[in-house]
Structure formats: structure tokens, C-alpha cells
Design a protein around this ligand. Structure first.
Ligand code: AMP
Ligand code: MG
Length: 393
């Protein structure tokens, strides 16, 4: 059986970034920048007021001294006003600074008397002015090729006046689920049947990667149906097939892949849960066979499918793995098996606590988890130990 590292290295070597495309900003969230982008505008764009108040000359604002208000400068238009010592201009947040003014006094710190204002307290030069370029200089790099585009990145790109961005290629993915025992949610269960939950789970995991699923279908445990579904699924860039990859007589996915001319590169990885995981290829389609047990499907998706999908979408290396943080173990955790165990748990206030049953079918425990702890084979982590946990949210 190969290790997770060997499996992931092989998978990442086998998949290639898709050709980039240009999208409106509204479609760029969770995609990856196709190239470096440099600021074409300094931010702030011009010196402006950080407050509603009065633009003044700081040096002339001595306690008890009045300032004469000679005009008003709203946001959205530059009235090209200028002031001298002893004068003030009514100004609003975001409005351009009048020439000659070197500070803004908050309106809360001012007493008005006709066209005069009296200022309570000292005024420092530069106070409440947002200087041009103090946040971002023209030409400064604002995003690097392969970086994930987050809401805050989008805000910055829009503030640069950009309406579109070049991102990694659009990935087309399909899901096939297998199993005679499975009923679509919404239907009614017969004796011995359970609801088909993995397509919902896997679709949501893809969604978290910024991938919209192009096709989902369910197959009975029947060789011909699986082969037909595989032929349709292989039209995509990525095909995830769930269930039927284990070693039982009803596990028909491996032979079906051979029948449709796909190659199986690796099968069975030393990881718990998720041992029956399979990776193969057919033309340009990357094929992932996930075990049917929901927790196994979840863990193997995050360990192997997610990094491959992100790589195809143009992500750089440091975006491929889940974020990792140090946490303190709230109780002892041990792994008696010969494979690394991904323990599901919750992180809160710096502490990691395993949740629910840790078997591969135990969806309720998984549903409450927000982190995974990798425990090497044979390892005992004592309560209170500092351990690295993978963050799911
Ligand atoms: P398999 O990998 O096909 O041997 O399935 C392992 C276990 O996962 C069995 O208990 C199946 O009933 C269950 N299972 C397989 N596929 C799904 C699915 N799509 N939704 C929910 N449970 C599933
Ligand atoms: Mg099955």
C-alpha cells in the first residue's frame, strides 16, 4: 500500500493547470489569479478627509482662538478650495483636502457660532487626513499568480477600477455515486435501504473549491450501468466516483474503469479512513474513486481531490493544503492502527477536542467537526500536547 504523500505526489504530477480565462469580478471568488497584478492607481487616490468636520491649518488652531468658515467641500467633487491661517472649510468624509489645510478637526470637537468655529483641544498637523498612496502605491503588486481570490481581494481589484480578472481555467467536474441500497433524499426508504448522501456532500466540497458540478448521476451496482455512466463522466476534466472501489464482489468500479479504457494509477492508500481510494486517468480526465463511507469520502476528497482540483484551477503550491494551526489537545488521542488516522474534532479557544464516533460511517460526528488531527500510526498524543490541526471551515 502506498503512503498518502506518495499518492498525492503522483496525483499532482498527473494533473495540469487548465488554460486561463477572463471573468467579471463577480465570478472570480475562490478562483486563482492567472498572473501577477500591479496597482494602476495609488490608494487613496487623492488626499482626503477621514472625518466629517473642518479642514484647518493646525498651527493656527490655538485653544480659545476662533477660525472663520469660508466654504464647504463635499465628497464627490473637487471645488479646488484653499485656506490660509485662521480659516476653516466645512468638510466631509472622503472629500478632497483643500489646498493649504493640513488637518481635519472632527465636528464633535468643534463649537459653532455663526460663521466661526471654536476648537476644543489641540490640533496635530496631518490629523484625520488620508494621504494619497498611503495604503497602496502605484505599481505595487496587489495579487500574485496562483493566489486565491477572496472577497477582500475582490474589493481591492474593484477599487482599482478593474471589472474583470484573468483566472485559472474553468474546471468541469462530474460525480457518480454507486450502490443498490441507496435512495435519493426526498424518496421513501424500503427495508435495508439508506439515503444517498455522498453526492450532496461531495458537491458541497467542490463548491467550497469554487467548482460548480456539471453532472451528477447515480448507478446501481451493475457493471454495464457503471460503464455507461463512466463513459459520460469521462467527458469532464475531473470525475469523482463514490462507492464500489473496495474489495467486495459488488465493488465493480475498478473492472469497469478497465472496460472503458481508463487506466488505474493507484489504488489503496495507507490512510484511515479512506484506504480503498483510487486514482486513475482517461485522456485528460482525472478520475478519483472515493470509498462510499461518508467520512472516508470526505477525508479522501480533502487529502487528494481538493489539491488536484486547485492545481488544475491554477492555484500555487501554498494554496493546495488545508490551513494548519497549532492547538492543545483537550484529551489523550491514540492511533492503534497501522495507518495515519485523521481524527475529526472541534477547535475552539486554541483547544482540539475529538467529536463523536470515529468510524468511517459516522456522519453525525463529522457534521460537528471543524478540524482534523492527523495521528501517525502507533502514536499516543497525551492530553495537553500541542498538535497541528487542519482547519475545515
Ligand atoms: P462501498 O464503498 O460501496 O463499499 O460503500 C461503503 C459504505 O458506504 C456502505 O455502507 C454504503 O452503503 C455506504 N455508501 C456508499 N455510497 C454511499 C452514498 N452515496 N451515500 C451514502 N452512503 C453510501
Ligand atoms: Mg457500494
Amino acid at each position: 500500500m502506498i503512503t498518502e504523500d506518495e499518492a498525492l505526489a503522483h496525483i499532482l504530477e498527473s494533473v495540469k493547470p487548465l488554460p486561463p480565462r477572463r471573468v467579471p469580478l463577480a465570478q472570480a471568488r475562490e478562483q486563482f489569479a492567472a498572473r501577477d497584478i500591479f496597482a494602476r492607481l495609488a490608494l487613496p487616490v487623492f488626499d482626503n478627509s477621514a472625518m466629517d468636520g473642518y479642514a484647518v491649518v493646525a498651527g493656527s488652531c490655538r485653544p480659545g482662538q476662533s477660525q472663520r468658515v469660508i466654504g464647504e467641500q463635499p465628497a464627490g467633487i473637487d471645488r479646488k478650495l484653499r485656506i490660509a491661517a485662521g480659516e476653516a472649510i466645512r468638510i466631509f468624509t472622503g472629500a478632497p483636502m483643500p489646498e493649504g489645510a493640513d488637518a481635519v478637526v472632527m465636528q464633535e470637537d468643534v463649537r459653532c457660532a455663526g460663521s466661526e468655529i471654536f476648537i476644543n483641544g489641540e490640533v496635530e498637523p496631518g490629523e484625520f487626513i488620508r494621504r494619497r498612496g498611503s495604503d497602496l502605491s502605484e505599481g505595487q503588486k496587489i495579487i500574485e499568480a496562483g493566489e486565491r481570490i477572496r472577497p477582500q481581494t475582490l474589493g481591492l481589484l474593484a477599487a482599482q477600477g478593474l471589472a474583470e480578472i484573468d483566472v485559472g481555467g474553468e474546471l468541469r467536474a462530474a460525480i457518480i455515486t454507486t450502490g443498490d441500497e441507496l435512495v435519493r433524499p426526498g424518496g421513501s426508504l424500503g427495508a435495508g435501504q439508506i439515503y444517498e448522501s455522498n453526492s450532496t456532500l461531495v458537491r458541497a466540497l467542490f463548491d467550497n473549491c469554487g467548482v460548480c458540478i456539471a453532472a451528477v448521476e447515480h448507478c446501481a451496482d451493475d457493471a454495464l450501468s457503471i460503464e455507461a455512466a463512466l463513459r459520460r463522466g469521462l467527458e469532464h476534466d475531473v470525475l469523482v466516483i463514490v462507492g464500489g472501489v473496495s474489495v467486495g464482489a459488488r465493488d465493480l468500479v475498478k473492472p469497469a474503469l478497465t472496460s472503458v479504457g481508463a487506466q488505474t494509477d493507484l489504488w489503496r492508500v495507507a490512510v484511515k479512513p479512506g484506504k480503498p481510494f483510487l486514482f486513475g486517468r482517461a485522456g485528460s480526465c482525472a478520475i478519483f474513486g472515493l470509498p462510499g463511507n461518508p467520512v472516508s469520502a470526505f477525508v479522501t476528497f480533502l487529502l487528494f481531490v481538493r489539491p488536484a482540483v486547485l492545481r488544475m484551477m491554477g492555484a500555487r503550491d501554498d494554496e493546495l493544503s488545508l490551513p494548519k494551526y497549532e492547538a492543545q489537545l483537550a484529551e489523550e488521542v491514540q492511533n492503534k492502527s497501522d495507518r495515519p488516522h485523521y481524527v475529526r474534532g472541534r477547535v475552539a479557544h486554541g483547544k482540539f477536542m475529538p467529536v463523536g464516533r470515529q468510524e468511517s460511517h459516522a456522519l453525525h460526528g463529522l457534521s460537528r467537526a471543524n478540524a482534523l488531527l492527523r495521528v501517525p500510526p502507533g502514536e499516543i498524543f497525551p492530553s495537553g500536547a500541542t498538535v497541528p490541526v487542519l482547519i475545515l471551515d
